[in-house]
Write a protein that binds this ligand. Structure first.
Ligand SMILES: O=C(O)CCC(=O)C(=O)O
Ligand SMILES: [Fe+2]
Length: 351
């Protein structure tokens, strides 16, 4: 008999419910900065409320995403495979990882968007409307039929996606500036990477349909990993699934809250703080709800490809650097060449 081996076996016995930090961004700046730094040190993870991203923009983005995922597979595949941007189903990355989800990876690079916006402007004048820029319309534009990447970028330039990206990018930068204040380093030390015209930030829409076949608890939607970028802002609908790993190996289920953003520290911020902040390991369980899909909309704030990543002297204090200096593009290549669950930053440790 052949027994299937499970990648990333799940340690169910260690799951428990604990409160994770919820930070109210409407409180005083100095208090918020301190609380964020504490959460980054202890968990590498927190939720923010009163964050200023309009619920209307978020809801529109969610509706638009569901509209896309509800389409028949051949239509979804028209946007091309997620390499680097496009649609993917079950396969995550190029190293053999799989999960019970489908997803769409979108660029947010302002440079690429500026290139394409002249096309979307021309299209907008043709259709004489600035509303209803849906992906279904982008898919049907004849001139773009042979260029899936162009169609995707076009979708990103459209009102709904670009408003969402702008708002969430602003929130990510605001949080990075609060972190810088809390650490006593220059205000834009981290945020300038994400604000940069060539920032490699991206938006990932993850759709976890209810699993229909004989699944048992413990099946994986998106396997255990840390995010390689600087910072991640995740917003989900009110279906559960996300879990974070604590330093002691316990898994914490994160209760869903459509009005909050989950913020996690990425590998780059762990490197830039010389290990003071934790790049939190997390995963999403398969969706076992009978009739409801789970949707997470995830913004990854990243540096430009040629940015140099090193811990600044102010944060080293008298300690030796733990990590070598590297560029974001070197880190990204290393990440994509390895399995999702690997601790990729270890490769850059000074031995
Ligand atoms: O969908 C989730 O809750 C987690 C997704 C995630 O970790 C990712 O896209 O990097
Ligand atoms: Fe992640």
């Amino acid at each position: 008999m052949v027994v299937a081996t499970q990648v990333n076996p799940i340690r169910m016995e260690k799951i428990r419910e604990v409160d994770i930090p919820v930070i109210d961004l409407s409180c005083s700046r100095s208090k918020v900065a301190k609380l964020i730094v504490k959460a980054c040190e202890e968990y590498g993870f927190f939720k923010v409320i009163n964050h200023g991203v309009s619920h209307h923009i978020t809801k529109e983005m969610e509706d638009e995403s569901f509209e896309f995922f509800d389409k028949p597979l051949p239509e979804k595949e028209l946007v091309g495979s997620a390499n680097p941007f496009g649609y993917g189903s079950k396969n995550i990355g190029l190293s053999g990882d799989t999960g019970e989800l489908e997803y769409l990876l979108l660029p947010t690079n302002q440079n690429a968007i500026a290139q394409t916006s002249k096309f979307s402007y021309a299209w907008a004048s043709l259709t004489k409307t600035h509303k209803g820029y849906h992906l279904s319309k982008a898919l049907s534009i004849k001139n773009f039929n042979n260029n899936s990447q162009c169609r995707l970028t076009l979708w990103v330039t459209m009102c709904v996606v670009s408003s969402y990206v702008k708002s969430v990018r602003e929130l990510a930068c605001e949080i990075l500036e609060l972190i810088a204040e809390g650490l006593g380093v220059p205000h834009s030390l981290f945020s300038h990477f994400v604000r940069h015209f060539d920032s490699d930030s991206l938006l990932r829409l993850n759709h976890y349909p209810p699993v229909t076949h004989s699944f048992h608890h413990g099946n994986i939607g998106f396997g255990e990993h840390s995010d390689p970028q600087i910072i991640t802002l995740l917003r989900s609908n009110d279906a559960p699934g996300l879990q974070i790993s604590l330093r002691n190996g316990l898994w914490l289920p994160v209760s869903p809250d459509p009005h909050a953003f989950c913020v996690n520290i990425g590998d780059i911020l762990q490197a830039m703080t010389n290990g003071r902040f934790v790049s939190v390991r997390h995963r999403a369980m398969a969706n076992l709800l009978p009739n409801q899909s789970r949707l997470s909309m995830v913004f990854f704030g990243a540096p430009p490809p040629e940015a140099t990543i090193a811990c600044p002297p102010q944060l080293l204090k008298r300690n030796k650097p733990i990590y070598k200096t590297f560029t974001w593009s070197e880190y990204k290549s290393h990440t994509y060449a390895h399995r999702l669950g690997e601790t990729r930053l270890d490769h850059f440790k000074i031995t």
